[in-house]
Design a protein around this ligand. Sequence first.
Ligand code: NAD
Length: 714
Amino acid sequence: MLRANIASKRFTMPTHPETNGSGLLPSLWDETHASTLDEPGRLLYRSNLLGADKRITNYGGGNTSAKVTEKDPLSGEDVTVLWVKGSGGDVGTMKRDGFATLYQDKLEALKGLYRGVEHEDEMVGYLPHCTFALNPRAASIDTPLHAYLPYIHVDHMHPDAVIAIAATSTSRELTREVYGEEIGWLGWRRPGFELGLELSAFAEENPDAKGVVLESHGLFTWGDTGRDCYETTLRIINKAIAFLDEKTAGQSAFGGLVRKSLDENERRAVAARLMPEIRARIGQDERKIGHFDDSQTVLEFVGSKKLGDLAPLGTSCPDHFLRTKIRPLVLVLGPAGDVDTRISDLDASIASYREDYARYYETCKHPDSPAMRDPNPVVYLVPGVGMITFAKDKATARIAGEFYVNAINVMRGASAIGTYRGLPEQEAFDIEYWLLEEAKLQRMPKPKALAGRVAFITGGGGGIGRATAERLLTDGACVVLADIDEGALERATSDLAGLFGGDLVRSVTVDVTSEQAVADGFARMAVDYGGVDILVSNAGISSSAPIEETELSMWNRNIDILGTGYFLASREAFRMFRRQKLGGAVVFIASKNGLAASPNAAAYCTAKAAEIHLARCLALEGAEAGIRVNVVNPDAVLQGSKIWTGEWREQRAAAYKMAPDELEEHYRKRSMLKRSVLPSDVAEAVAFLVGDASAKSTGNIMNVDAGNAQSFTR
Ligand code: NAD
């Protein structure tokens, strides 16, 4: 009922600045809308408003709660239920089902079971016993922090401006200076039961306080109504923003620039060269996907005087370093942006980062700590160029970058008002290798078959190209669609992004016959995703004419697109494969006509035969580097194909003396299996040939033509 209500009013969330910047936060509370909602609806509304502005909290960071009176489903009596954001999820984008619901009286009873801070992890196991109304959403580790505060509405946010205060060596004094008695301060403590009790004790002892700054962590605020709580949260953050603005007025951030930024094209060119090289060095055990950020905020920090001092201190907020690792790797280019010098000592830089990580693990580990995880850096800072992040998938790499931007904002503020302090190594370790965190990792679903892989698909705007993209996306690959037809490319990209999410799909306009355009397309992909694992060379045309009437232009067009185009895309892929040293998989979409001669199509058939032979040559050359090259030969794929919409269809129909719409049935009957061939059938063959199931196959031809004796391979 409630949702229908909202939908009928077509209420949309107000938009907010996505980036972090100065300027005070306006209240966006719409009482007319809020008054139409029930209490959990108002909590959701408040959560989404807060989480939509990254200055208020980082992606996935923070949580909100309300203590709501509900009818107990067993007794029918009124009970108090804690609605609190559940484990995982993001306050900005969460839906109503993102809240865990727990009986408040049972949560209170847990205090009697608590055996002290040494045993606080065991309390997490009791939380499911407090579940109200069989809600399947798991309660998070922050649940006691909300439960034991004696206020109905509680917000816990990670605002950069407040964390800047919380992460200075004098954060207690600064908190008092900014907020006086209104906001308290609690020293660093890992979230959990003990922190919940500390917050509760603070609130009891300070009934006039409106919240607490948690050292190196974030902010708690509360209120009697949802609106009151929301507006208090904004007001408290605004005080911090105003304080920082005043203190930093006239100062250059981070001591000023010492390394001028390259211009945008140069920055991207460096990233395109560097990212596959980094990927080669960190992706041997588990393939990684990259993300590049050269925003002003990043450039100001990486080119600054204080970079050398601040970067090694690492990030402070636990949310930040869980994603970014405790510290980044700084990669300084040679003079004038020289990348080659940098690449030549990349091995040493990464090896030394790994050694340092292993030292951190060995020094801080406990007898029951989980085994050391991937020791490679996540964040790479390149002065003059920007920030590169690598993780197991695109969203994780992008979010790691966003979190480091939060950390930059924190460091900017903190270092302007005092001495910035990262979290002590042991505390960082205890969070990173927390058994509860490990259990969360163990519960994650197994990665999909092509997770961590990047596929470049030429002709991605066409029938077979698009179906192939959809199939590879289903297996978890990141996909770059390359096509000369901008309209088709745009449609395919937006449809696929709608189905699989924007992180996984990119497009680039490329004429495969242009050496420069193909090179640029691959460079774009390297900046977007860090490299390439799969090439599906598929862009194509068709033409039909008896040999005497085949114009030179028709001949050349076939050879250019189907021969030269396949050569250029493969050459670029091979170059990147070799730099990455991770092998590679190439599939050529050739044609039955590459094996079986067909009348009145000499240019097309010859070019398709050339493709097939090119694939064999490349299979031979690539094998020693683990690069596999195979061919899929479709036949008569009418559905979704642009080839079959124009003249070609009419010509083929005329050749068989039938109407164009009878052709599909004609081809079906002509096939040995009496079945129509669909783009998804071709895509399935490609998925097999680029995946690990065919790891030991190269130089093969797979016909997807419903059976045609003429094209049997011999
Ligand atoms: P399609 O026309 O739907 O898709 C081909 C795509 O290639 C189009 O989006 C087109 O814009 C793009 N393209 C053409 N020239 C290009 C260029 N110079 N640079 C970049 N992109 C360019 O056709 P389809 O049926 O999806 O065909 C895909 C491949 O499959 C082609 O190589 C074709 O020869 C081959 N094939 C198709 C069939 C079939 O019956 N559809 C049969 C055998 C082989």
